[in-house]
Design a protein around this ligand. Sequence first.
Ligand code: ADP
Length: 499
Amino acid sequence: MLPEIVKDFLLTHKEGRNCLCLAINQKHHIIQYFGSAHRLGVQPPQFEMPVSDYLPILQTETFESNFEIPFYNTSENSVCTIYFIKQKSISFVVMVDKSEIFRVTQKYQQFAHEDNISKNKFKRLAQELEVAKQELKKSDREKATLIAMLSHELGTPLTSILGYSELLLRNEINNKKGLEVIHKSANHLKHLIENTLIFGRSEAQGLQIQLNEISIQSLFNEIKATLLSMAQNKGINLQMFHKGADIVTIDVTRTKQILINLLNNAIKYTESGTVELKFSIIKNNCVFSVIDTGLGISKDLQKTIFDPWQRIEENSESGSGIGLFISQKLAKAMGGKLKLKYSSKEFGSIFQLLIPVQRSRTKQTLKDPKAYLPCNNKSILVIDDDQDILDLIAAMLQPCHLKIHTAIDAEAAFKLLSKTKVDIILTDYNLGSVKASSLVTRFKKLDIPLLLMSALPSETNKQKYIQQGFDAIINKPLNSQNLQKTITNSLSQSKSLLN
Ligand code: ADP
């Protein structure tokens, strides 16, 4: 039977059954016990043993007043709360079973912990979902703005082209002036379309990079040919310098696109003075600098000009605000950087494009395209369903001394081939309702090089065309140097000509 004082104590402390009560003398030795030791996960005590030997946790206690030790582990599965009830001669140590409560509490704690983890997981997922949603919204907004901007932007150069060509047709304007405006507007259109295509492709599948060796001098020549008339029309002196290595391995199309974007801006936002393009290799980077003496960009706007659709209204020239955004994307895709190095209203701006130097596979220098000889006395068949393009290609190939045949569709092409021997074929992909890929087998029977023109094809598409049997792919819009070079290269490697 539990002593009355212990019973009262347990009642006031609302403690239940399953307890072991140790009566201890003034020397703190156990003189008697009540209750079941086993239920508490301990052996029954021996009489006269010091209570702190029986319960080592009590070793530091002085037993001068009542105390309580909650949740003491008596064994692996048992937990109890220890109470000390001080009395004059005989005091009591009461061990109250708390195993069940402890287990439940532990379970709750585990639940709470797991709940917390789930809540955190859920929170993180919700955050990720929110970011994805925002990106989707942003991309949707960008696309909607792109379409709105494009319909507006394409309108201006198209109006000029249509208006001036009409005046030319009616002989109401000086030829040179009219053609200059048309050429400038067409260039502007080309620029816009190229940027838009890159934007679309980067959104859809990311940008793919293709490395090629190129001479900086020839790259500069091509860029100059594109931009010279624009600079001259504004009376701006366009200069290009390069130091050190001339042959570099870069993604030529992307690099050219960025430099044309930067130079186009430099000329556009410069009233008078010079625009320079410089190249050098610094610390394993190809560094292209575009320097102008133009309007400059104020400090607070410098951070935002690389954001899509950001334009500085006071620099009121027409533009879309995606040129720099696209250029920066392209630079990153090449593992490089594009930054505004300096800009002020007094001195103008310096943009810098850095591209890591690629170890070149061959040391040989590139030959001048004009040095390729194999076109002499050879003939080419050009197939395109647009007569203007056929005329343009014929004009571009003039310097190659090729005999040029043209065909407006597949039927005309095969008719010509049945009567005339040609040494190379250049075809557009879309020939009215027929795709050039469906004609490859018939063309290949002739055992001559088969070249394809394609509007800015992706690397994957290029591979596909090559697998279909085309020998080389030429990017549209066409560039006369590239066109001549690819044709002369293909002719020089042609099996039928080597035999
Ligand atoms: P845009 O088609 O409007 O030129 P960009 O993305 O190429 O679009 O340029 C964004 C804005 O940055 C331009 O609208 C212009 O205000 C400013 N900017 C770009 N380059 C220059 C520069 N060389 N000098 C002054 N301002 C520039």
